[in-house]
Design a protein around this ligand. Structure first.
Ligand code: HEM
Length: 544
């Protein structure tokens, strides 16, 4: 029997559906009562058409001057709340971590690493995330990191040696250094050159990973989830995303196998994942968790290399700063030996230079967004469940109320005040160290090791080399460094650039070579699984 709808039944179904759709269209894009203020919205789209296509932190900073330290945006159904001062970060992120430490839903991030298996993108308070975070914190604790300080200094010695031999390749050599160091501590397997399979594969993979996560590079699937229904064979973006996933799983899987083989054959070298693998039952880690734990931690290497590339950019751009920092290192370290860990505490100008570099061009200008786990009223403002929260470090570090001439590169501000702020006006009372590393319950677990790597390499740069702007090959004229050429994604990494790098003396060139050979003894435990070609390369470079 055919089923027919009478006119009354049809109306009874259609009217509520129409009302529901109309209500959604009407309210979508609207700023509900109580939400922090922000630029005016238009129906349905909200602030979509005002939303910056790239580098949103600049426009966010302009909006903060107009709408205040906490302002909001509506992008269709989604709510974004931007925090633009240390007080806002303290009140929202640090003090209310229990409700502000989720991550925004991201279809693409979840396609690459489903089931909360990525510590960085996993949902807060989810058991998987908790287990992974606990394991990461255990592995990155100070005693563990101290064990790897000799190899961290040895990798820094190799970077000096690489830069001496082929200064034009410094940008890639920095990526090799950080990738190799994190491969070592996580998997116990280093990469002696950029072309080492794991380093090369990871570097390319990381570029592709950041690309697919970048705003505007793929169709806006989070705004129009219906796009996700299109089968993979008709959606090029899906194939691209799934390609990243498959390649990540393959690489992290191969690296994990090295760890398992080493442990199972009693040839462990103390790498973090060996500890995690050995304790997998007590720590509650499944095989998939182990696979992703290592991979996520490896992703931490990217930010460290971006900071080192920044340092070289600023040394070549600011000769006066370079001169002062070199005078300090000459007085503390002298010409006859390269810097050592004990020197770091005696180099206040160098540390001020690093702080200023971080302030001037923060590597994550909007950190990594948090999200509200449930509705909350904070300081009389409504923060709805699901709203994405951005820490606008660019606004915080470039705020004229607190930083004198924030557009000027001036390390001296960090000698005058430990947080670099002006002395002629009261500071924001909630300012604290390490804002660069986020806050609340998602604060970066790699602060200590990240900072240590930046310091030892910076000291080496200053001790070993003179940096200057590149020269035009035809005219011989100076090519001024571009201080605005940065990548557009979550991380603002300087785009590859040229500069001149020359050893400060023939004696130092000699010492750099000797130091590298002496230090390379610390590499040996992490070179057991190298390919025959890499072993041969290593052998040929260790003679002095
Ligand atoms: C030195 C440069 C580094 C910078 C600037 C940096 C910055 C950050 C920031 C801003 C976050 C987000 C924090 C938040 O959501 O509030 C983060 C998270 C994270 N970082 Fe780092 N990081 C660095 C180095 C490292 C290192 C060396 C590792 C590990 C070896 C690491 C591992 C992680 C992990 C696993 C997360 C995710 C934490 C979570 O969501 O629970 N980072 N980092």
């Amino acid at each position: 029997m055919a089923f027919e709808l009478g006119p009354t039944t049809a109306l009874a179904i259609l009217v509520p559906v129409a009302v529901y759709l109309a209500y959604n269209i009407f309210t979508s894009g609207q700023r509900p009562k109580g939400l922090p203020p922000g630029p005016p919205t238009i129906p349905y789209f909200g602030n979509l058409f005002q939303f910056p296509k790239k580098w949103p932190h600049y426009q966010f900073t302009e909006w903060s001057k107009q709408y205040g330290e906490i302002f909001s945006l509506k992008v269709m159904n989604q709510t974004l709340i931007v925090l633009n001062s240390p007080t806002a970060v303290k009140e929202v992120i640090d003090k209310r971590g229990a409700v502000t430490s989720n991550r925004p839903e991201s279809i693409v991030a979840d396609m690459i690493t489903p089931d909360n298996l990525n510590i960085g993108t996993g949902r807060f308070a989810n058991d998987t995330w908790k287990t992974l975070r606990r394991a990461a914190m255990t592995m990155l604790k100070a005693e563990n990191m101290d064990k790897f300080k000799p190899v961290q200094r040895a990798e820094a010695a190799q970077l000096m040696w690489d830069m001496l031999r082929n200064p034009d390749n410094f940008y890639d050599d920095i990526s090799r250094l950080t990738t190799s160091f994190f491969l070592t501590i996580i998997y116990g397997h280093r990469a002696p050159r950029s072309s080492t399979y794991e380093a090369k594969t990871f570097t390319q993979l990381q570029l592709d990973f950041m690309y697919v996560l970048e705003l505007g590079k793929l169709p806006p699937v989070d705004l129009f989830p219906i796009l996700n229904w299109v089968p993979e064979r008709f959606a090029a973006w899906k194939r691209q995303v799934m390609g990243v996933r498959r390649r990540q799983e393959a690489l992290f899987g191969q690296l994990l196998s090295l760890v398992k083989n080493r442990v199972d054959s009693g040839k462990g070298n103390g790498a973090f994942l060996e500890e995690a693998y050995a304790n997998r039952k007590e720590w509650g880690l499944s095989d998939l968790m182990l696979l992703n734990l290592g991979g996520t931690l490896l992703e931490g290497s990217d930010t460290s290399s971006a900071i080192l590339q920044d340092l070289i950019l600023f040394l070549s751009a600011y000769p006066e700063v370079q001169k002062k920092a070199q005078a300090e290192i000459d007085a503390v370290v002298g010409p006859d030996r390269p810097p050592a860990w004990e020197d770091m505490q005696n180099l206040p100008y160098m540390r001020a230079f690093i702080e200023e570099a971080i302030r001037f061009r923060p590597v994550g200008p909007l950190a990594i967004p948090h999200a509200m786990a449930k509705d909350e009223v904070i300081d009389g403002m409504y923060f709805p469940e699901g709203a994405a929260l951005f820490i606008n470090l660019w606004a915080i570090f470039h705020d004229e109320r607190y930083f004198d001439e924030p557009e000027k590169f001036r390390p001296e501000r960090y000698l005058a005040h430990p947080l670099g702020v002006r002395l002629d006006a009261p500071d924001d009372p909630a300012r604290r160290e390490n804002l660069l590393f986020g806050g609340g319950r998602r604060v970066c677990p790699g602060i200590r090791t990240g900072k240590a790597g930046v310091e030892i390499n910076c000291a080496n740069f200053l001790w070993a080399f003179n940096f200057g702007p590149a020269r035009d090959p035809t005219t011989g004229g100076i090519v001024p460094p571009d201080l605005w050429a940065f990548t557009e994604g979550v991380n603002a990494t300087p785009l590859p650039f040229r500069c001149t790098i020359t050893p400060r003396s023939a004696e130092k060139a000699e010492l750099i070579q000797r130091h590298f050979v002496e230090q390379s003894v610390h590499f040996t435990p992490y070179e057991q699984d190298l390919t025959p070609e890499d072993k041969e390369y290593v052998r040929s470079t260790r003679a002095y």
